[in-house]
Design a protein around this ligand. Structure first.
Ligand SMILES: Nc1ncnc2c1ncn2[C@@H]1O[C@H](COP(=O)(O)OP(=O)(O)OP(=O)(O)O)[C@@H](O)[C@H]1O
Ligand SMILES: [Mg+2]
Length: 393
C-alpha cells in the first residue's frame, strides 16, 4: 500500500517537481491542508505517515497543538521547512520534535535524502535489490562509463525505485567526476563504522545525484582503503541490497580480495572489454578465474565497448577468441562520452536519442532486467572453492 503524506500550506513551494521523489519513496500524491487543526484527526487516526509543515506554524500556541497531536502518533514522521536555515527556526523545530529540517523550496535531491533518513519511521520494508558488478581486467576500456550509465538508465527507467552506484576504485575513483559530485562522504566513512554498516547509516552517507540515483564514492584516503577488505565490501553491498532496488558496482581492475568479494556478492557481472589483443587475453583469463570461482556461466555478461567500423578484430573474431558469445556491443562515441564526462552528466542525459544511450538501455535489460528478486533461501548456492585464499568465508 502507498504511504500517505500531508503538506501544510506552502511548506515545499511548488510541489510539481517533487512528485517523482515522493513516488520513489512509496508515497501517494500529497494532500495539501491549510492548518494544523485540519490534520489533527487524520494524524490521530493513523491515516498519515508523513507530515510536512512550515516551522512558522510551530510558533506560539502552534507548538503546543503540534506536540499534543504527535503524542499519540509516534509513527508519524515530520519534516519542518523555513525559507532560510535560520537558527531560531531550526531550534523551534527541534524542540517540537521535528524529524528533519529543509530549506524551502528544497531541491528534489535534498527532499530525497530527508525521506531516506526518515524511512524507518513508516516502517519501510527492506528491499532485496539486485547487485551488478562491472568488471574490466584492463584499465581504460570504459568500466566506469558503463557503471555510471547503467545506473542512470535504471534510475530513469524505474521512476519508483532507487539505484546506487558503488565505487570500489580506492584512490582512483572516477564516479564522482563522471557525475560531477563533490564534498561528500565516501565508502571509508561507512566502513569506519562497520558495525553499523546498515541501511540507516548507508542512507545517511550516499550522495543523491537526482532522479533516484545515488553514489557511494571510493575513498581517496589510502590508509582507510587499506581497511576496506573483502568482508567490508560484502557488508557494504549487503546493506545496499537491502536499501536500493538496484546497485551497480564499479570494481577495481586488479583481481584482488575486494574485487572477488564484489563479484561474489553480485547477481550479475558485466565484463567489459575492447577489441584489442591485450583486452581479449585478459578477459579470457578472467573468464577462467570465474570458472575456478564456480560462477555459473551466465553470471557474466560480455560487453564489447567502443565497437566501430575501424576495428581490426570484429565482434565475431572477439567471440571466437573468447570461446563464447559477445552479449552486448556498445558503439564507439568518443565525442559524446567526452562531452558528457566533461560536463559531469550521464551520456543519456546529454543525448537521450544517441545510439550509445540506446545501447546502455539494451545492456541494462540484458544484465539486470531479468534478475528476479530472490530470497536467500531460494538461491542456488554454488559450491564454494578457494581461489588464492581470496574467497571470503
Ligand atoms: N562507448 C565509448 N565510446 C567512446 N569512448 C568511450 C566509450 N566508453 C568509454 N569511453 C571513453 O574511454 C575512456 C575510459 O573510460 P572509463 O574511465 O569509463 O574507463 P575505465 O575502464 O573505468 O578506466 P579506468 O582504468 O580509469 O578505471 C574515457 O575517456 C571515456 O570517455
Ligand atoms: Mg574506472
Amino acid at each position: 500500500m502507498l504511504h500517505r503524506l500531508i503538506i501544510l500550506q506552502d511548506a515545499l513551494g511548488a510541489i510539481e517537481p517533487l512528485l517523482p521523489v515522493f513516488a520513489r519513496a512509496g508515497f501517494a500524491p500529497p494532500v495539501v491542508r491549510e492548518s494544523l487543526a485540519q490534520v489533527v484527526e487524520s494524524v490521530r487516526q493513523g491515516e498519515v505517515e508523513l507530515l510536512i509543515l512550515p516551522i512558522k506554524l510551530l510558533q506560539g500556541h502552534g507548538r503546543f497543538d503540534f506536540e499534543t497531536m504527535l503524542r499519540d502518533a509516534d509513527r508519524v514522521a515530520t519534516i519542518g521547512t523555513a525559507p532560510t536555515a535560520d537558527a531560531d527556526a531550526i531550534l523551534t523545530g527541534m524542540r517540537a520534535g521535528i524529524g528533519e529540517f529543509l530549506v524551502s523550496p528544497p531541491a528534489p535531491a535534498e527532499l530525497e535524502v530527508a525521506l531516506l533518513r526518515l524511512q524507518r519511521k513508516w516502517g519501510a520494508t527492506a528491499v532485496r535489490g539486485s547487485v551488478t558488478a562491472v568488471y574490466a581486467p584492463k584499465g581504460g576500456v570504459g568500466a566506469t562509463t558503463i557503471a555510471v550509465n547503467c545506473g542512470y538508465a535504471l534510475a530513469a527507467r524505474r521512476t519508483d525505485a532507487q539505484v546506487a552506484i558503488v565505487d570500489l576504485n580506492m584512490g582512483l575513483g572516477d564516479v564522482t567526476s563522471q557525475l560531477n559530485l563533490q564534498g561528500l562522504y565516501d565508502i571509508g566513512h561507512l566502513v569506519r563504522k562497520l558495525d553499523q554498516a546498515d541501511a540507516e547509516l548507508l542512507q545517511a552517507i550516499v550522495t543523491p545525484c537526482g532522479e533516484g540515483l545515488f553514489a557511494l564514492p571510493a575513498s581517496d584516503d589510502l590508509e582507510v582503503a587499506e581497511q576496506i577488505q573483502a568482508d567490508a565490501v560484502s557488508r557494504v553491498l549487503a546493506a545496499c541490497r537491502a536499501s536500493f532496488a538496484h546497485t551497480i558496482v564499479d570494481c577495481e581492475h586488479a583481481f584482488g580480495a575486494r574485487t572477488v568479494a564484489a563479484l561474489d556478492s553480485a547477481d550479475r557481472i558485466i565484463v567489459v572489454l575492447q577489441s584489442n589483443v591485450a583486452s581479449i587475453r585478459a578477459t579470457k583469463r578472467t573468464l577462467a578465474l570465474f570458472k575456478q570461482l564456480d560462477f555459473p556461466e551466465d553470471k557474466a555478461i560480455i560487453v564489447l565497448n567502443r565497437e566501430g567500423p575501424g576495428d581490426v578484430l570484429s565482434w565475431n573474431d572477439v567471440a571466437k577468441s573468447l570461446g563464447r558469445a559477445v552479449d552486448v556491443r556498445l558503439p564507439n562515441a568518443f565525442q559524446l562520452t567526452t562531452d558528457a564526462q566533461t560536463r559531469g552528466i550521464p551520456v543519456a542525459k546529454l543525448a537521450p536519442n544517441a545510439p550509445l544511450s540506446a545501447a546502455f538501455n539494451v545492456l541494462v535489460t540484458r544484465a539486470i532486467g531479468e534478475v528476479g528478486v530472490l530470497d536467500e533461501d531460494d538461491r542456488a548456492v554454488p559450491k564454494k572453492r578457494g581461489l588464492f585464499g581470496l574467497r571470503r568465508k
